[in-house]
Design a protein around this ligand. Structure first.
Ligand code: FMN
Length: 732
């Protein structure tokens, strides 16, 4: 709830100001670029902070007949006006160390003047300045609300700069770069706001004037500049302008305008005649201008350019996040209020949606008012006559993510009239809980007083159109609304498949229970932890997911062999040189953590597969340990051991430990974790990362033990570490 308030605040502020901010960022980056140009100009005096007036003025006095004015510009150029030894007028930029003229002042570049005026006031004078000031303040609020969103995302303020779970989504980059650019953007916005407020005199401006009683003595001989103590104290960087006395009259003085005061100095004895201290707000204006424009530092001006460009990126990525959130994945023709047939879908990877959409399309073709949505969007459907549930199952018989709220919503929104329902479950017979979630949904609906079961639950194994047709036939028998009963209407021809060459198939002599296959990836981009989706037949939509190890730039898969299993049977009978059809899924949530100080990899069985690649790719030599459980020590395990020993010798792995569950002493990988409990508790406490790959049962057991371990030692819960991205899992 609070998250959405901040999110809406962040979005609303961005919506109000994005046009202005885009223009201000573009013009701001041009001006910051101009500041760099000015800084590298030969007229820019870099030692301006070291040279005093007592050094410069005598040099000028010697070189020129008369100096009327000396000015230090905002770009640290030293400019003089006066007469040369021949009595000719001079005006130019000088080198304050030798007094030589090094350039003639030019009029400001028209384009830069135009950009400056647009940046400051949008060519709207005072109104424009007010708009600019307000929008600068809005930028400050956007940065603040964005910071709060990051704190909420990271759970704790102290984790503000901790690792963000990597993904290729715009959210990830928005948050990642948002944190980096936060400080400069806050500085830009605060100084922008301050400078506008100052312009409108919103701060008190009391000047403090001190006048000396001492009257000048015209008979005294003029003393040398270098002997005037005040002139030795004042550095050129503090000066804005010096007006020299017109004549040798006693009441003609040096008027020295500094950044924070104006001093009138007696030309004969160098005493201070009067001093006006500018208000403190003037000092802040100078600091504000330095920070807002980068006029005095190339590095800061460069940071300002980068920040301005990032503001443009944040506008783009922010709107793309909102667009993705708001834009419906699917547009219904009829509303849920008027629809008679409601199709509710639970799907993680979209295949179940495909079947539901194929049915939905046919219903629309027959002019039937139908409505298709996710199970998480369940509510009351006032006109519903039929409720068709299509859902897959994940985890250990759990709901896919877009169906997790269904049980609560079902209780919350009882239908107010009888509705016929049927459930079509999508799952895989390879799992113990085949279509477990669909069964649960069927049970829940059955209990509702308003529900009437139309057809018994149908279970579809492995997205099989043949299985689906069985349900269609049953439906067609009972319901007058007819659906196509040919598999071709429900088949899916996978797109974007790549041909990949087989390099080697390693089948151990003692057991082919687990085998390795090496593939030549060609130009495909991938890394260890990504997923290879293998299609045993190009025309067939059946697919299998395998976790990739990247070793010597090849794809290596560790595969469990299922006799007569579609994909494992297919892969084990490949020969070197054969090609297979596959595609890579970029699985960013299970990549080796780049920034972790320590990583522990935990696996069982073929779960070791991606870890072999991650270890081989550990060129940074991050402290990495591996714990793995197998049934017994056999040929493939010895092959793994040999590989891991090599990695230890190369410094890519610290240590590994294997457990065996069918040897004399029965040990599971959980037992190894329990044995090294202090090590696990401490490494998590010290921001280490644990990666788990293998069976879901092993994941559940390991997480349970880790939970006990961190609770015993530090009274913490494992869920917190999971939320912080310190426990990464890829189990099946
Ligand atoms: C990690 C994982 C866990 C799964 N768990 C189960 C399960 O417990 N029971 C089951 O019947 N199917 C399970 N499946 C299979 C999916 O439910 C099945 O592939 C389904 O067709 C996917 O549909 P979807 O693409 O719409 O999400 C699992 C699949 C994966 C990848």
């Amino acid at each position: 709830m609070t998250l959405s308030i901040w999110r809406y605040a962040h979005l609303t502020l961005a919506l109000i100001s994005f046009l202005f901010l885009s223009m201000a960022s573009i013009t701001g980056s041009i001006l910051a670029f101009n500041a760099i140009e000015n800084n590298v100009s030969p007229y820019h005096i870099h030692q301006i902070k070291q040279i005093s007036l007592a050094q410069t003025l005598p040099v000028l006095q010697k070189k020129y007949l008369e100096i009327t004015e000396l000015e230090i510009t905002d770009n640290s150029y030293v400019k003089i006006q006066g007469l040369d030894k021949e009595g000719n007028d001079i005006e130019g930029y000088i080198n304050p160390e030798n007094g030589n003229i090094i350039g003639v002042p030019k009029k400001n570049n028209k384009f830069i003047q135009w950009i400056t005026s647009f940046h400051r006031s949008l060519f709207l004078h005072d109104t424009g300045r007010i708009i600019v000031g307000i929008n600068s303040f809005l930028l400050f609020l956007i940065a603040t609300s964005g910071s709060i969103l990051i704190i909420k995302r990271q759970k704790k303020i102290t984790r503000f700069f901790s690792r963000i779970k990597k993904s290729s989504s715009p959210q990830y980059y928005h948050a990642l770069f948002g944190r980096l650019m936060l400080l400069p953007i806050i500085i830009i916005s605060v100084t922008g706001t301050y400078l506008t407020m100052e312009k409108f005199n919103l701060f008190p401006k009391t000047e403090h004037k001190i006048t000396s009683k001492q009257s000048p003595d015209p008979t005294t001989k003029k003393i040398d500049f270098k002997d005037i103590p005040l002139f030795s104290q004042i550095k050129l960087s503090e000066v804005k302008k010096i007006e020299f006395p017109f004549s040798e009259e006693p009441d003609d003085y040096y008027i020295i305008k500094l950044k924070d005061k104006e001093i009138t100095v007696n030309q004969f004895n160098g005493s201070i005649v009067s001093q006006i201290d500018f208000p403190i707000s003037q000092k802040f204006v100078n600091i504000g201008l330095d920070l807002h424009t980068g006029r005095n530092s190339i590095v800061w001006a460069f940071i300002l350019i980068i920040s301005s460009l990032y503001i443009l990126f944040f506008i783009y990525s922010g709107f793309s996040i909102t667009w993705k959130r708001k834009s419906p994945k699917f547009k219904n023709k009829y509303t849920k209020e008027e629809s008679k047939i409601i199709l509710l879908v639970g799907s993680e990877n979209g295949t179940t949606f495909r079947f539901a959409k194929a049915v939905y399309k046919q219903l629309l073709e027959q002019g039937l008012q139908s409505y298709l949505t996710e199970l998480n969007k369940y509510q009351s459907f006032p006109q519903a006559e039929y409720l068709l549930i299509f859902t897959s199952t994940y985890g250990l018989g759990d709901a896919p993510s877009n169906a997790q709220k269904f049980e609560i919503l079902l209780k919350k929104y009882p239908q107010n009239h009888p509705v016929n329902y049927c459930v079509i479950g999508f799952g895989s017979m390879l799992y113990n809980n085949f279509c477990g979630f669909a069964e649960w949904v069927d049970k829940l609906l059955n209990k509702e007083l308003w529900s009437k079961k139309l057809i018994n639950i149908h279970k579809i194994n492995d997205k099989s159109p043949v299985d689906f047709i069985e349900w269609v036939k049953e439906w067609n028998k009972i319901i007058p609304i007819k659906l196509y009963s040919d598999t071709k209407f429900y088949k899916y021809i996978p797109q974007g498949l790549k041909k990949i060459k087989v390099e080697e198939v390693y089948i151990p002599n003692d057991s082919k229970n687990t085998f390795l296959i090496k593939l030549k990836p060609g130009k495909i981009k991938f890394t260890s932890g990504d997923i290879l989706v293998v299609y045993p037949s190009k025309e067939n939509e059946k697919e299998r997911y395998y976790s990739i190890a990247k070793i010597n730039n090849n794809i290596q898969l560790s595969i469990k062999y299922y006799p007569s299993g579609l994909a494992s049977e297919y892969l084990i009978s490949r020969n070197p040189g054969d090609t297979i059809y596959a595609r890579v899924i970029n699985n960013t949530s299970f990549h080796f953590p780049e920034q972790a100080n320590q990583v522990v990899l935990i696996a069982n069985g073929t779960g070791i597969g991606p870890f072999l690649g991650m270890i081989a790719q550990n060129l940074k030599k991050t402290k990495t340990s591996l714990y793995c459980g197998f049934r017994q020590e056999n040929e493939i395990v010895i092959k793994y051991e040999q590989f891991l020993e090599e990695q230890i010798n190369q410094g890519k792995l610290l240590q590994y430990d294997f457990s065996f569950s069918s040897m004399r002493e029965i040990r599971y990988v959980m037992d190894l974790v329990k044995r090294d409990k202090d090590f696990f508790a401490d490494m998590l406490k010290n921001n280490g990362v644990i990666m788990i790959c293998g069976s879901l049962q092993m994941q559940t057991n390991v997480e349970k033990i880790l939970d006990e371990i961190v609770f015993d030692k530090y009274q913490e819960r494992i869920i917190e570490y999971k939320n912080q991205g310190q426990i990464l899992t890829d189990c099946y």
